[in-house]
Every structure is written in C-alpha cells, then in structure tokens.
Write a protein of this length. Sequence first.
Length: 700
Amino acid sequence: MKEYPSTHIRNVAVVGHGGSGKTSLVDALAFVAGSSKRHGRIKDGSSLTDYSPDEIERGYSISLALAYAEWDGVKVNLFDTPGYLDFAGDALAGVWAADASLIVLGASAGVETGTEKVWEYSRTCEHEAIFFVSMMDKEHADFAKVYQQIRERLTPKAIPVEIPIGAGPDFKGIVNLITKTAHLYKAGTKTGEYDELPIPKEVQAEYEKYENDLIETVASTDDALVERYLEGKEISHDELVTAMRAAMKRRELFPVFCGAAELTYGARALLSEIVELVPSPADNPPAHAEKWGTAEKLELKEADDAPFSALVFKTVSEPHVGDVSLFRIYSGMVKNGQEVFNPARSAAEKLNHLSISQGKDKIEVDVLHAGDVGVIAKLRDTHSNDTLATQAVPVVLPRIPFPEPIIHVAVEAKERGDEEKINLGLAKLTEEDPTFHWEYNPDVRQTWIYGLGERHLEVILGRLARKFSVHATMAKPKIPYRETIKGKAEGQGRHKKQTGGRGQFGDCWIRMLPMPRGGGYVFEDQIVGGSIPSKFIPAVDRGIQEAAVRGILAGYPVVDYKVQLFDGSYHTVDSNEMSFKLAGILAFRNVSPNCKPVLLEPLSDLEVMTPEEYLGAVMGDLNSRRGQILGSEPGEKQLKLKAVVPEAELYKYATQLHSLTQGRGTFRKKFKGYAEMPGEAAAKVIEEYQKTKKEKEEEG
Ligand SMILES: Nc1nc2c(ncn2[C@@H]2O[C@H](COP(=O)(O)OP(=O)(O)O)[C@@H](O)[C@H]2O)c(=O)[nH]1
Ligand SMILES: [Mg+2]
C-alpha cells in the first residue's frame, strides 16, 4: 500500500436515502480506480461495503463501512453509510468524520426523507456537499426533475456540473460543463470506460443553457469574476475551478453530477471531480480540542508535526475479529504498533496491526498521516466517540452529537433465566452504538431498549444473539401507571393476634389527604398524649408506604398524598414494631378506597415535523390517541406540530407516522409528567388488572 500524505487524501461521506445507490456507487468508485479487484454487487451479496451477515441478508446497509479509491495519485476515502433513519447515527458519524458529503439521489426517486436528513447533517458539520444523481439508466429517470427538487427541498445553491445524455434505457453518457466534453460510455463496459467526444447535437441546446447557468452561478460567488463575466470576457477553466472550490467551502455552491453507478457510468468523472473539488485534510482549519480534565482549549493543525489526535467515530464487531474501531486522525500521524492514550478512560492503547479498510478486507499499513482514516482491532477500553491522543498531550476532540432514541420496546428472554445475560449484552452494545440505550424499569419489571426505529432494535437483538448467544424478543412495554387520591377520608387500622404466649397488638387512626401533582408523600405525626409510643410511629409510616406500593385500584404505586396519624392505642406487652407496621398497612387498605382514588398516566410532550399536506392526517391520528394538540408553527421546511399525548397511546407511533406521511414526518418526544387518566381508559386498565389478579389466584 502506497503512503498518502495529508495533501493526497480526500475524505468523502457517501450519504442519501436508503436505496438511492450509495453502496453501489462506492463499489463502482473503488472498482474503476482499480483499488478493489472485483466489482461487487448488492444483488448477489458481494458488495464491498455491505459485507456483514445482517446486511447481506437484508440487502441494505446497516453499518457505516469504509472503502477507498486511488485516483490521480490521491487516496479517496469513502464512508459508505446507511440511508434508513433507523441507522441515522452512522450517517451522521460518516458525515462528521469526513470532509465532504457526497449526497446520492436516485434519478427517478429524487429527494426523499433520508436525503433531507443527510442534508441537515452536512449543514450541521458545515462542510462541502456534492450531489450525485445516480440510476440514470432506470425507467422514469429524470435529471431535470431531480435537480428541481434539490433546489426546492434542499438548496437553491445547487448547480449541475454534468448533465446526462439520454435517460432510462437510452442513457448513454454525460456532458461535463467545465471540460466542455462528452463521455459516451462503451456499451457493456465493466470499468466505466468511455469515448471522449465533442458535445453531441441532441444535447447542444440543453448544454448551452446549463453551461450558462453554471458560469453565471460560479461567477456570482466571486466579485472579480462577476465583473469579468458581465463584461462578456472569457473565464478560464482554472479560474472557474478555483472559484468553485472557494464557494463550496463557504457552502455557497453545491455541484451536481450524474451517472449510473451500477453500470460504472460516471464513476471515473466523479473521482476526478472529487480529487479536484474536495479539500484535502491539509486545507482544513485547525481542529478544536480540549485538554482532558481542564477547560484549556487547543487548536490542532491537521498536519503530521502536530500532536496526535483521532476520533473513534464507529465501533463495529466483526465475525472472527471482534471489535474494530474506525478512527479519523485530526492531527499528527501514527505508526503501526505505536502506543496511544485514551484520556477520557485513562487507558493506554497499542495500535497493533494498524490498517485501512477496503470493505471487509483490512490492509495493514506502516503509517497513517494527518487527516487519514484507519481501523484497528481489539482496543481494550476505547468506544465510539472516544478520542485517542498521547500521554504527552492528552486532548479530547468534540464528540459527535448522535441523535437521541425515539422509540422503546420491552425485551423478554426467550429462555427463562437468561435475563441477566441479556442485560450484560445490552450494556456492551450501547458502547458500540451511541444511538442505542437500555434500562431496567423496576416499576413495570421490564427491560426496555431505546433506539431510532423498529428496524434498529431488531438489528440490536440480532447482534445480541450473534455476539452473546442469548435470544430475546420484543414485547410491548408496560406503562408505569401511578395511582393517587382526590378526596379526604379517615379510619382505623388495627392488628391483633393472640397465639398462646405473647400476642401482637397495634392500632392506629389515620387521615389521608391529596397532595398536588408531584408533591410526593408526606407523613405527619399528630399523636398527642402518647396514644402510640413514639418508638412505634415510624413503623406505621413504613407500613403505609409498603401498602402504597401495591396500589388501591390496579396495583400501581400510590403517589402525591399526605397521611396524618392522629390517634391509636397500644398494649404494654403485646405491642411491637411489626404489629404497628401491620396496623399501618391495614389502615391504608381501609382508608384509601374512600379517598376517591384515580389512575395517573405518563404523558409525553410530542413535537411532530410534517409537510403541510399531511397535517390533517397527523392531527386526526393524534386525536384518536387521546392527544391534546397545542398548536402548530412553521418550521424551516415543514410544519412543527406540538401536542401532549399519553404514553400508553404512543406504541409504534414511529411506524404510523411514517406511513401517514409517506416517510417524511419525524417526531421528538419527551416525558412530561403524570396526569389523571380519563375514566374510560382507566376502567380498561383496572379491568385488565382484576383479570390477571384473578388468573393468578386461580393458579394458586
Ligand atoms: N438500474 C440501476 N440500479 C441501481 C443502480 N445503482 C444501484 N442500483 C440498485 O438499487 C438498489 C439499491 O442500491 P444500493 O447501492 O444498495 O443503495 P443504498 O441503499 O443507497 O446503498 C440495488 O438493488 C442496486 O442493485 C444504478 O445505477 N442503476
Ligand atoms: Mg447502502
């Protein structure tokens, strides 16, 4: 493997909606460059970057994967990312760790939800973006339409640099507006070879229009050029490219290219454009880092002579290898076998078998320079989003702001007794996937897993099975209802038992009153004249709390109430703590049903983003989920609808919203608090509880 200095590296994240042709494009780029020896294909499971068993089985990308193409003496690192929102964390990680986004669109599908999402990511990371309209050979391919959609839904600053010759089955080449030449593909070419020709007559008119647009757009980003343009003077190829590079850097211009990746059409031209237009790491401004454990800020030059720093942007577990860390060097260089330091975990790590990745193949290298991307297996204490640095300069880099999980389900062990193993496995999996969380919910005695979508959680359970050999299934999460009281009542709890020798005796009188929501539990000792000796009073309190855990109506913990202990009696010989605790339990059971008990349910604040045309459907659906709509406001491109919805009604909401909005709606959810449950819904929960209770009793 050749050694590539920072100036000869390009880092490009290949992003876009699922099925837009990203993985096929990465394959084509690596293959036509000769860096990958065979042209892998999605169809037969041989693709370069979709190599995990999960991906081959499903036929789409799940994990961020790396490949490279060597072109014109430059190594183009390609980050193939998944398109489905369930795996958006990996798309963000790819965009974050690269220097430019190559946004792939299908020529018939155009801009889709996933395209909007990755566009947002490229904006977050403030780096260059290039559009590639692929699948020009497909039925209904329409370059002009897709370009129009990019302008309307993403950015008016997009501008074609290539246009197709023909479309669908007639797609045969591309015209490059900068070089003013046409590439006509040799039918049946396996490596994207073409004849370079003058502009064919059939696209002459179109060419003139697009070329004019391009020059005008580029010129308008540069004061000196625009003057010359208006005077009608010629603008040279080099001037155009220099101005384009500068405008792309400021995100004032986004070039559009086209082709058909699966046929390798357009792959060679695209590589040349990437090498020419995308900045090398050496062009980047310094990385901002912080000295570990201090507030001291450091600026690290992306150069070999700066202290070493790298971010682990992804951890994957690979069969036969174990955990593999993908990292991007932000400053300094690193040698095979070198010891580095993970400051946040105070761990020294040895970079044995330092490698780069061509899909599943790992190619060992002696050295990696500033800005390059590497892989390393079996780091001991390093996880996704950790920084690797040196003992001498222990810095941490900014962390990737991974999206928060939006859905949760319960998991159940397929085999009894596996619960502990499942929880251990889940804990390990959160280390490799920051968009995945888990917790044990003691209220409902279930393990909950949180993720970005159902597919995401299915994949997690698949990994659990493969990596930890435990099998779990998804179940509906139980709702942690609560109970409370709305009225005031008083009464007695009296425990008396006479068994031969020493008996048991405890007797108390309590009053129960409601507290405001969130007010918690309050116990007031109002005993005067020692009707209960003070040493037994805490026992009454404990008894009440113990009884309250088991509820009044449906077995859920009772919250937000006050108990006043105002009278009682005792026996000098038979009274003890246990008796008074039992008296407390009895008092609670006697009095609480007379205090107008009600069920409380958790509510969530919901923010739904939807295109306006689906607003009616989304609101109707929320109404049927007992949602309270607070209003809607215009967002940047979509409407933002705010509502408060009971958690019990939000099971599988992500799937429903997806189908209501043709995949374009998204939502965020936050726990709001507890509120009284309406009678009808509450009655169902109580009925359910009575039913299971009866079943249990019958079982004995
Ligand atoms: N006709 C045609 N099909 C393509 C092209 N590129 C990809 N495909 C097919 O489209 C599907 C999705 O491609 P893939 O590369 O997995 O898309 P990704 O999800 O964006 O990575 C696969 O079945 C590919 O075989 C293309 O240029 N032309
Ligand atoms: Mg893919």
